[in-house]
Design a protein around this ligand. Sequence first.
Ligand SMILES: Nc1ncnc2c1ncn2[C@@H]1O[C@H](COP(=O)(O)OP(=O)(O)OP(=O)(O)O)[C@@H](O)[C@H]1O
Length: 511
Amino acid sequence: MGSGVDRPVGSKYLLQETLGRGASGTVWRASVRDSGEVVAVKVLREELGTDPDVVTRFLRERSLLLNLRHPNLVHVRDLVVEGETLALVMDLIDGPDLRTYLRDNGPLPPAAAALTMAQICDALSVTHADGVIHRDLKPANIMLARNGDSLYPMLTDFGIARLADSPALTRTHELVGTPSYVAPETAEGRPLTPAVDVYAAGVVLYELVAGHPPFRDTNPIALLHHHLTELPTRPAGMPDAYWLITERCLAKQPEARPDAAGLGRALRMAADVVSGARPDDGSIAQVLAASAFGAGAGAAGAADATRALPQTRAGYPSAPTTPPTPPAPPASPNATRVMSTQPPGYPQPQQPPVRQAPHHPPPAYAEPMRQGPPGPPAQADPGPPPPPPPSRYRRDEAAEREPRRRPRAVREPAEPREREPRERREREPRRRGFRLGSIPGVGCTIGCLLRLVIIAAVLFAVYWFSPLHDWVNSAIDTFDTVRGWYDDVKDFVTGNDGGDKGDGSGGGGEN
Ligand SMILES: Nc1ncnc2c1ncn2[C@@H]1O[C@H](COP(=O)(O)OP(=O)(O)OP(=O)(O)O)[C@@H](O)[C@H]1O
């Protein structure tokens, strides 16, 4: 799969070979230049790097992504922005993703499935407490990391769904995610809450044991409609305790779903019940009810319910408040095997999942066995069942391959505010009537003349209706008088009056 030539990304990383491609980018096996350490680098699609919104979000959420830490989270080590290339540098996981594992090994036994998802819930409860929603939880985003002979689940692709929620992808019709895991409220465009991750966890719980998701349709829009209107069918052989939890996660109303911490606790209890380690005494239903997003008591109620649980010999703890020590980052030169289409060479111990003591790193379970034929349906759970919605069950029939990409109809309502300005860029042309002043130069001339006329009228009014004109007239009279005096004085001095006449007469007498 590799190109053969190492391609640099940023100043620190060398891409070596592709591990796989998804809707939002390509994952590479890469090395750190200085240390030679092996990492996984997800290079986001080029279209995303040219989208200023995505780049802004990428930079803005940098510290948030880098600070997400939990033993069941694939750690994001670095974010690279280089020209139009955006890349996330992650720990390289030596193991398959859960989708590949299911494809190659078939469904899991319910106890193994419950313990797998309990660990994913541990990670989710930590990120939800930080206000971070995954938005794209599905088997393909759960890596199974090797730890000796066992595998343990690690959630990856945090934040990618949000980063990749870009018109750039919409334009190229390569959309993010898959409609099989979309919560009804997301399909309706309602605000996203942590309950969407719990819904997706419910879909995965169903799929891990049934071998397929609860709703299937080749038409993505029809599939969304199923999420909105239909109730999941209970797969044959799914134990009561497991079904109770799965069904509650798949509730149409987000408030009816348990929060991630409560779900993790319930799943650990269900694993005990299913494996016969504890009786099904209604405690699971209590935990689910107390931890529901809509439960008034909220977290306090859930905690009380957990403390009230009887401890069994296995005694699964409630979700750890202090996460176990993170495992050392795996680095395997054979990591590309996770993409192999050959039958997997993963260890297949024929043992039930290994339980972990509280706070022990990592919370691993032995690799689950391939599930055998389903047994008879288990007894009804004594706990209070979820409120029975109208009976509109779909038949759980053989399905065609589901469409992978989430349609635009789903993605758009999720964050309409971010795209609105882009879509409304074209302005309506201004409509103006003809105005003389719109002729260049004329507007100014008319304005100036108008101002002069007004000023003249004001001055005239002031002159005429005030004593000013009397003052002016008397000033003119005074001036005329003074000028008359001046003329008289001048005539007197120059002798123009009688003097001129006398000279003329005298001159005439001599002749
Ligand atoms: N940290 C990692 N270490 C090793 N392999 C990884 C890592 N992250 C992803 N992979 C592998 O790379 C492949 C592609 O991952 P990617 O996340 O792009 O796929 P996807 O989840 O199907 O895509 P998308 O979520 O974008 O639709 C997967 O098959 C996965 O097994």
